[in-house]
Structure formats: structure tokens, C-alpha cells
Write a protein that binds this ligand. Structure first.
Ligand SMILES: [Zn+2]
Length: 150
């Protein structure tokens, strides 16, 4: 399992670096996100919901994707190949409409479905988020260039 994951991360990072001059990732704190949510005692001998179930799904998908490993492979392969790798602030990337910019948590209908409550734009939620991440990376790159005078 670990070997397969590593092979997959090698292949994917190689393909991304070969095919793209600019790669933008969310600046996720992987260790933090993988931590178990703390139980919240409610003072009545029980526990309030702490998002453990949602987090378990997220933890699993992060683990499955080997995100930390993929990311470190991307960093060194991009550097070797002279590609640009930019990390952007992950806030709102999954709830902002890539079409009109409207940001609302209800836009994210489910893990897979994004539907903008303002303009009706529909997309796979990951694709919508990816467009936001790419746009943020391009904006970050443009302002860095403007700042350095190039
Ligand atoms: Zn919209």
C-alpha cells in the first residue's frame, strides 16, 4: 500500500511537472489537518458534535492521496525542472464560485457537487476549487512580479 502510494505520487508529480510551467497548490498544514478533532464534552455526560465524522473523511482522503508526500515530490521536481510552484491561502477555495466569485458555504452542496447560489454555476466541487486555486496562484505571481519590478 505504501509503495503503491509512493509510486503514484512519483508518477503524478512527474506528469504535473512535465506538463505545466506553473503549479499551484493550497498551502495546507497537513499535520494539523490530520490531527483528530478533540471530543467536546457538553457537561451532561455526553459529547457535542465536533465534526469528527467529516474530519475522518478528510483525514482519509488526505492519507489516501499521500498529500504531504506528493507535495514534497512536487517541490523538488519543480525545482529541478525550473517550474514554478506556488502555494496559496486555502481559505474559501472550496466555497467560492469560480465563475462569479460569490462565496458562501451553501455553494458547496456536497463533497462532490458545487452549485453557486447566486449565478447557478455548477461544477464538480474539486474542479471549482482547482480553478480558484489556479486563479489565486496567478494573481500571487503577477503581484510578485509587479513588486519586483520585472
Ligand atoms: Zn456564481
Amino acid at each position: 500500500m505504501a509503495n503503491q502510494r509512493q509510486d503514484l505520487a512519483h508518477q503524478l508529480s512527474r506528469r504535473l511537472v512535465n506538463d505545466h510551467d506553473l503549479i499551484v497548490v493550497e498551502n495546507l498544514k497537513v499535520a494539523h489537518m490530520s490531527r483528530r478533532p478533540k471530543p467536546r464534552p457538553n457537561g451532561k455526560g455526553g459529547f457535542d458534535p465536533n465534526g469528527a465524522r467529516a474530519k475522518a473523511g478528510l483525514n482519509r482522503s488526505i492519507a489516501d492521496a499521500g498529500w504531504g508526500m506528493l507535495r514534497s515530490m512536487l517541490v523538488y521536481k519543480a525545482e529541478d525542472a525550473g517550474r514554478e510552484l506556488i502555494a496559496v491561502d486555502p481559505r474559501h477555495t472550496s466555497t467560492r464560485c469560480a465563475s462569479c466569485g460569490h462565496t458562501e458555504s451553501e455553494n458547496r452542496v456536497s463533497q462532490a457537487i458545487f452549485r453557486c447560489r447566486r449565478c447557478g454555476h455548477r461544477d464538480h466541487a474539486d474542479v471549482n476549487a482547482a480553478r480558484n486555486i489556479l486563479r489565486a496562484g496567478r494573481a500571487q505571481r503577477a503581484s510578485a512580479r509587479a513588486g519586483s519590478g520585472n
